[in-house]
Design a protein around this ligand. Sequence first.
Ligand SMILES: Cc1cc2nc3c(=O)[nH]c(=O)nc-3n(C[C@H](O)[C@H](O)[C@H](O)COP(=O)(O)OP(=O)(O)OC[C@H]3O[C@@H](n4cnc5c(N)ncnc54)[C@H](O)[C@@H]3O)c2cc1C
Ligand SMILES: NC(=O)c1ccc[n+]([C@@H]2O[C@H](COP(=O)([O-])OP(=O)(O)OC[C@H]3O[C@@H](n4cnc5c(N)ncnc54)[C@H](O)[C@@H]3O)[C@@H](O)[C@H]2O)c1
Length: 463
Amino acid sequence: MNTITIDVAILGAGTAGLAAYRAARAAGKTALLIEGGPYGTTCARVGCMPSKLLIAAAEAAHEARHTAPFGVHVVGDIVIDGREVMDRVRRERDRFVSFVLDSVDGIPAEDKLRGYARFVDNLTLLVDDHTTVKADRVVIATGSSPSIPEPFKVFGDRLIVNDDVFSWKTLPRRVAVFGPGVIGLELGQALSRLGVDVRVFGARGGVGPLSDPAIRDYARTTFQNEFYLDPDAKIESMARDGDEAVIRYVSLAGETVTERFDYVLAATGRSPNVAGLGLENTGLELDARGVPLFDRETLQCGNSPVFIAGDANNILPLLHEAADEGKTAGSNAASYPDVKPGLRRAPIGVVFSDPQIAMVGARFADLEPGSFVAGEVSFENQGRSRVMLKNRGLMHVYADKATGRFLGAEWIGPRAENIAHTLAWAVQMGLTVEQMLEMPFYHPVVEEGVRTALRAVEAKVTN
Ligand SMILES: Cc1cc2nc3c(=O)[nH]c(=O)nc-3n(C[C@H](O)[C@H](O)[C@H](O)COP(=O)(O)OP(=O)(O)OC[C@H]3O[C@@H](n4cnc5c(N)ncnc54)[C@H](O)[C@@H]3O)c2cc1C
Ligand SMILES: NC(=O)c1ccc[n+]([C@@H]2O[C@H](COP(=O)([O-])OP(=O)(O)OC[C@H]3O[C@@H](n4cnc5c(N)ncnc54)[C@H](O)[C@@H]3O)[C@@H](O)[C@H]2O)c1
C-alpha cells in the first residue's frame, strides 16, 4: 500500500475536477487528481458533444426532407447510412476527447492517480486497494450517472443509457425511450429524424425542463406532431423476448398496443455519484440521497475542509456550471478555512431539440404567484421565423410586477440557443424590461418576436 500526503485531493477528473485542480495549483497548493474511470470528461465522451453531433446529422436529414415548400426539390431518395452517421459522431467525438486527453497529459504524473477513491475518514482516502491518500482538504467532483428504475432491468442488455448510444456502429431499427426530459427529447427526436422508429414514454407529464404549463403544452403538441411522445404513459408490461424488448402500453389513442424494440433507452434522470464513496465514514451530514449538505455559494460541506462541485452536487447539472463550481471548490479548498462565494452566473438552459427549448433566469414554477407579470409571443406568424419556415414556438417572459425588472423566460422556438444568451445577460445585468426595449432590434430577425413579448409584459407592469 502506497501513501501520498497532499494539500488538496480531488475526486474525479471531469470538467469540475479539472477546474478544481487548476484552481488549487494556481493558489500554490499541492493537488492530486484521482480518476477511477476513463479520462476525457462526461461532456466530451458521452454527453454534450456526441449528442450534438447526432443531432446535427438528424437536422441534415430533416432539412433535406423539407425543402419542397421553398420550391426546391430533392430528386430521388434521401438515404441515411447509419454506419456513416455513427462513424462521424464517434470520429468527431474522439477529436473533442483528444483535446481533453492532451490537457490531462500536460498535468505532471505525480499529480495524477488512477483508481476509485473512497473516504476512510474525513481526510483519508483509499484509492482502489493500492494507495492511501492523506489530504488537508478534499474536493468531491465525481459527477452523476443515469438513475435507472428497477423494473427496467428486465430488459437485460437491451437496456441502454446515453453512453451506449455513442458507441453504436450503426443505427438500430426501433428504440423505446423512457423519459422525455432533456436527454430523452434530444436523443429521441434525433433518432427519429435519422429513421429510427421511436416511442418516447414519460411518467409525470413533463416535457424537457419546462415548468410553465402553457409552454409545456405547446412543446408537447409540437413534438407529438413529429414522433410518438406520451409524457404520461400507461405501461402495462415490460419483458425481454429473445433479442428484443417487448412493451405493452395504452397508446395515446386509447388502444392497448404491444411493440418490440431493439433497445430501451433509459433517460429517466441522473443522480450524483456518491454511493460507494464511503461518506458514512466521514463526519459530514448527508441528505436523503446521501449527498453531503453543502453551502451553494462556497460549495463547502458544513464547516469541514470538504467541498463538492459539478453534477455531484446536482444544483445545475450543466457543463459551464461544473467548470465554474470546480474553480470555486478548488480555490476555496486551497484557501480553507478562508472561503468565499464563487461566481454564480444567471441561470441558462438550452435543449437542442427542434424547435429548441430554453429557460433563463427564474423558472416559472419558482416565481411567487401575484408578484410577477408575463408577456407572450407566438412565433407562428413572426416575420423572420415564417420566412425560414421555422415558425413554431411560444415564449413567455416574466417581469417583476412592481419594478418591471426582467426575471426570466421559458420558451420553445427558433434560434433559442442564441436568444437565451441575450436574455440571460439581461437577467444577470438586472435590467428592467423598459431598459431592454431601449436596446437595438434589427429587422427582420427572430428577436423582433422577443420584443413583442417584452412589450406585452411592459404594458402590465404597474409602476
Ligand atoms: C447525454 C448528455 C448530454 C448533455 N448535454 C449537455 C449540453 O448540451 N450542455 C450542457 O451544459 N451540459 C450537458 N450535459 C451535462 C454535462 O455533461 C455535465 O453537467 C458535466 O459533464 C458534469 O461534469 P462533472 O465534472 O460534474 O462530471 P464528469 O465529467 O462526469 O466527471 C466526474 C468524474 O469522476 C469520476 N469518478 C466518479 N467517482 C469517482 C471516485 N470515487 N473516484 C475517482 N473518480 C471518480 C468519473 O469517472 C468521472 O470521470 C449533458 C449530459 C449528458 C449525459
Ligand atoms: N442540452 C443540455 O444542456 C443537456 C442535454 C442533456 C442532458 N443535460 C443534463 O443532464 C441532466 C439529466 O438529463 P435527463 O434527461 O436524464 O433528466 P431529466 O430530469 O431532464 O429528465 C428525466 C425525465 O424522465 C422522466 N421519468 C422519470 N422516471 C420515469 C419513468 N419510470 N418512466 C418514464 N419517464 C420517467 C421524468 O419525468 C423526466 O421527464 C439534465 O438535467 C441536464 O442538466 C443537459
